[in-house]
Design a protein. Structure first.
Lengths: 83, 138
């Protein structure tokens, strides 16, 4: 908690970081053609959440990135806590 | 090692009423209120399983096997039944969300890889959610 702002993190910054690191890379893209998934790494939701983690970690740092949840559809999601 | 948690949502519809036969009618009405009357819910269930990434398949759990197990040991037993009178395995307990979550855990846990079941949630209505993480959880 930042005593002055009352915030743990600026959510506008988080939104910008996620957009730059993840959304712009994967939105409307062919995941199978992304360097993360070629060759031989299948773009399952499990692998995609780990790719998103690897992209976000250097931007947020391990002290701020705690959990990543990726929804594949309304009935299924995968969570990753690193490690 | 890379552990991932996968959560899948299912749904079923069922009728029930909350009643403990050890209590009098008056006491049941006091304890359970309007839930003492026969009524029904469109239930949702969330099941969370944990597994290590298989580098060959890119998967950490077999969702097909999970779907089949949930259907066989939970959904087929409760969907479109009256939980309070026609489900033998629930005969001895009031079918509160708490008891359903614990019962579903007991039914499902032995069918999954040992130690993989992490969380079972019964969502009775948009306002009432019952979450069980096994007897070992605090």
């Amino acid at each position: 908690m930042d005593a002055q702002t009352g915030m743990v993190m600026d959510l506008a910054e988080l939104k910008r970081v996620v957009s730059d690191a993840i959304i712009q890379r994967f939105d409307h893209a062919d995941l199978n053609a992304d360097p993360f998934f070629t060759p031989g790494t299948i773009p399952t939701t499990e692998n995609l959440v780990r790719a998103a983690w690897d992209l976000l970690l250097p931007k947020l740092g391990p002290e701020r990135l705690w959990r990543l949840r990726l929804w594949e559809d309304p009935t299924f999601y995968v969570e990753y806590l690193g490690g | 090692m890379s552990v991932l948690e996968l959560t899948r949502q299912y749904h079923f519809s069922a009728g029930h009423r909350l009643e403990n036969p050890a209590l009098s009618s008056h006491e049941n009405e006091r304890v359970y209120g309007q839930c003492y009357r026969q009524h029904g819910h469109n239930y949702r269930i969330e099941v969370t399983v944990a597994g290590e990434m298989d580098p060959v398949t890119g998967m950490a759990a077999d969702l097909g096997a999970l779907d089949a197990a949930v259907k066989r040991v939970i959904l087929d037993r409760v969907d479109h039944y009256d939980l309070s009178s026609t489900v033998d395995a629930l005969r001895d307990v009031p079918t509160t969300g708490e008891n359903l979550a614990c019962a579903f855990w007991k039914w499902l846990e032995p069918t999954l890889p040992a130690g993989s079941l992490r969380r079972l949630v019964v969502i009775e209505t948009d306002n009432n959610t019952f979450e069980y993480r096994g007897a070992a959880a605090r």
